[in-house]
Design a protein around this ligand. Structure first.
Ligand code: BGC
Length: 782
């Protein structure tokens, strides 16, 4: 039954089709004669990125100033659902005050591998944590009457070739890891809009993937909102529409609208599918416009800045604190070393780049705080390269101080949308500096910036490590408060920090080659691998220290919940994040050693004790059973473990569960390596057996002719025009970097990964399909 039947019946076929793609880069198509307004969709996710003037995808044109909250990788460490709701509401208010109907976020792809260039925009390696955080952020954004837009559905696990890569993943890993967070986000957060990803999932583009869209999103999760493509993510418009993707963004100058009209006329597409799609879109348009028409509230940007500081404080993680060197005492003389102290790295690069209303830096905040700061030295060049004077000046200053604060981090060029990181290391000049500092000084505190896991060869040799992640515009003030002890750190890692990259389960397979990206590690990602295979890590999932200590006691288990008491046994008030992990003691299915199934964050005054409760959620004991296409529970004993991190379990008890014991297809003899979590060298046969089909060849045939679904990047294998086009993009990237525009340089990489099919569409038809055919012909000549 159509809600907007009356309007739809007035619309011509062409008008309906025109609504299925953007009217321009950020807005939907208006139909004035029927009173259908246009609405604006814009980024997201950790603030409002509304481009003031001409829209572009490269970020050359700045967006209007908005509060830059900490990105998802940072906020996730708070494990604080109320905070996520709050931040969502603050961003929603800014968006509403700017007449934006859809805020493109949160991003909740699962962190399969630490090198993914966009990990800073995602929450966690764990779907339960990601999904819950996303659901609350969605609720917060939508409490202002506008729409959130969780993204990118689904399995957008790498930036390399992101617009064409085929993510090959077995159904169980898909359900238990890559979709489970989206399920929480959709069922609990009830977003009004959802964005599909660029990539293919098991051979079908995500936005035309009937399994992901029709069977799961609509039929199983009862999704009622609108689905939008990622910008330029449409492949075959009619297939996308049939799968349930109502809105293609941005505008294609009418090219794909015509394809829809033709498909209806030829009978390939039933007009009722189009009507239903228009109906959903009209609902989004009218509902959000109603709110925006009534929005009069002015945003108090100072209040929003304070919220950004608060969010950063709650999300930073104290990784190490030997001898309680932190918080610093005001009488200690302190040297501040490292470029990141004065030039904070506080957000990632790409489509999420916010133009902040202001930015606090740690140097200003600390030097004006009453601390005895004796000086600052840059220490190293931000983008690499050895300059001995910088290092020597830093060593000289260090010798005069009681304590040294060294600010290290990943720079703007090392992690960004559009390209993956090459390794997990900080730049050599930073490592060299810290190594030399440790030879001349005993009391070193490293303060880190960055949005994804790094190796820390210095970890053993320094006294403390405070991870500020990407702190948003208030990050400098938040660091000051933690370093001085005005705020007791409470963040815990939402991702594992391995000792070295080679230890990561997907390392042998990541990133995928040009054709496919095979998830041979299956369900064993992040802690699910390290904890099962007993691989030592640098800092485990869920780890984070406080200036106080907590004692856990009195575990009680019922079939609905677990409860226990937490007591603050130190002398400072603080917050603890208690985590519930569940382990199947005798499973006939291969499973991770244990999995996160609940958590709670609790504030306790010194000496205070509280009884807390964690509910046992719907999938607490289940695994995804591909034989019955549903979740199954095996009868037997399960251990419920409550801990301060995955490696610091404080209480545990077992529980008998009566399950459905459905038949399954997992066989220890067939899947021996998976039963042993031995996933570093899964061969073709083992992987194909798990997948249940033979996937396409993972390597791209370099000799083949380039077609519409190949990319500008692949032009490099050609000799003539293809190579020239590729080189232009690469040179533009280098040039922008050289003239000091690293963020724009990164964004150029978007073009590199663009498939040729998008050129006529992005150019709004200025480059026609016929012209494109000729260009491809020319490219393929050499
Ligand atoms: C990104 C999306 C973003 C969109 C609009 C795409 O390239 O993948 O996350 O929302 O651009 O800027």
């Amino acid at each position: 039954m159509l809600k907007y039947k009356d309007i739809i019946s007035e619309m011509t076929l062409e008008e309906k089709a025109s609504m299925m793609s953007g009217g321009n880069f950020w807005n939907t198509t208006a139909i004035d004669r029927l009173g259908i307004p246009s609405i604006m969709l814009t980024d997201g996710p950790h603030g409002l990125r509304k481009q003031g003037g001409k829209a572009d995808h490269i970020g050359l044109n700045k967006s209007i100033p908005a509060t830059c909250f900490p990105p998802a990788a940072t906020l996730a460490n708070s494990w604080d659902l109320e905070l996520l709701d709050d931040v969502g509401r603050y961003i929603g208010k800014e968006a509403a005050s700017e007449q934006v109907s859809v805020l493109l976020g949160p991003g909740l792809n699962i962190k399969r591998n630490p090198l993914c260039g966009r990990n800073f925009e995602y929450f966690s390696e764990d779907p339960y944590l990601s999904g819950k955080l996303a659901a609350y952020m969605i609720k917060g954004i939508q409490s202002t009457g506008i729409s959130a837009c969780p993204k990118h559905y689904a399995v957008n696990s790498q930036e390399h070739m992101r617009m064409t890569i085929d993510e090959v993943v077995d159904e169980r890993a898909l359900r238990e890891l890559y979709l489970e967070g989206f399920r929480y986000a959709v069922e609990e957060g009830k977003p009004k809009t959802l964005m599909t990803s660029y990539n293919k999932v098991n051979s079908q583009y995500a936005n035309e993937n009937t399994h992901l869209m029709q069977e799961i999103l609509y039929d199983e999760w009862n999704y009622e909102g609108v689905v939008v493509t990622d910008w330029g993510g449409n492949n075959d418009r009619v297939k996308g529409l049939l799968a349930g993707n109502q809105l293609e963004m941005p505008s294609t100058g009418g090219i794909t609208d015509k394809e829809i009209v033709d498909a209806v006329r030829s009978g390939e597409l039933s007009e009722s599918v189009l009507d239903e799609s228009v109906d959903r879109l009209l609902n989004l348009i009218f509902e959000t416009r109603k709110t925006l028409n009534e929005t009069t509230e002015e945003v108090d940007m100072e209040k929003h800045h304070s919220k950004a500081i608060d969010a950063a404080r709650r999300s930073m993680v104290l990784l190490k604190n030997e001898g309680g060197i932190l918080p610093l005492q005001s009488e200690q003389s302190v040297a501040i070393i490292g470029d990141f102290a004065k030039n904070p790295r506080y957000q990632g690069a790409g489509s999420s780049l916010i133009n902040p209303t202001k930015v606090d830096n740690a140097w200003d905040q600390l030097s004006q705080s009453g601390l005895t700061v004796i000086g600052y030295e840059q220490g190293f060049k931000r983008f690499g390269g050895r300059i001995n004077t910088l290092k020597n000046n830093a060593l000289k200053l260090a010798k005069q101080a009681d304590v040294i604060l060294v600010f290290l981090g990943l720079d703007e060029g090392s992690e960004a949308e559009g390209s993956d990181r090459e390794n997990m290391r900080l730049r050599e000049n930073q490592l060299e500096l810290v190594s030399e500092l440790t030879k001349v000084h005993e009391y070193i505190v490293v303060v880190l910036s960055g949005g994804s896991a790094i190796e820390m060869p210095f970890a053993k040799n320094v006294k403390a490590i405070l991870h500020g992640y990407l702190g948003g515009q208030g990050g400098g003030s938040a660091l000051r408060d933690i370093i001085l002890g005005n705020y007791n750190p409470s963040g815990k890692l939402a991702e594992t920090y391995p000792l070295k990259y080679e230890d990561v389960s997907s390392a042998p397979y990541y990133p995928g080659l040009e054709a496919t990206s095979e998830h041979r590690e299956s369900i064993y990602i992040g802690y699910r691998y390290f904890d099962t295979k007993k691989i030592p890590v640098l800092f485990p999932f869920g780890h984070g220290l406080s200036y106080t200590e907590f004692h856990y006691d009195a575990l009680k288990i019922t079939d609905q919940f677990v409860s226990f008491t937490i007591k603050n046994i130190g002398s400072k008030a603080g917050e603890e994040i208690a985590q519930l992990y569940i382990k199947a003691l005798a499973s006939t299915v291969f499973r991770p050693n244990k999995e996160l199934k609940g958590f709670i964050k609790v504030y306790l005054e010194a000496n205070e004790s509280k009884e807390v409760t964690i509910d046992l959620g719907e999938h607490a004991f289940s695994y995804y059973n591909t034989l019955i296409n549903g979740w199954s529970v095996e009868s037997g004993s399960y251990e419920l473990q409550v801990g301060s991190s995955i490696d610091d379990i404080r209480l545990s008890d077992t529980m008998e569960i009566k399950g459905d014991d459905a038949e399954h297809s997992y066989d220890q003899a067939l899947h021996e390596k998976y039963y042993a979590a031995d996933v570093h060298n899964i061969n073709d046969q083992e992987f194909h057996q798990l997948l249940g089909y033979t996937p396409p060849n993972p390597s791209w045939d370099r000799k083949k002719k380039l077609g519409y679904n190949d990319t500008i990047a692949q032009g490099r294998y050609k000799k003539g025009l293809g190579k020239v086009l590729y080189l232009i993009v690469i040179l533009a990237n280098k040039f922008l970097f050289l003239i000091g525009k690293p963020l724009q340089a990164n964004n150029v990489m978007f073009i590199k990964n663009m498939p040729f099919r998008q050129i006529p569409r992005f150019s709004q038809g200025k480059i026609s399909k016929r012209m494109m055919d000729r260009v491809l012909k020319l490219i393929n000549l050499w």
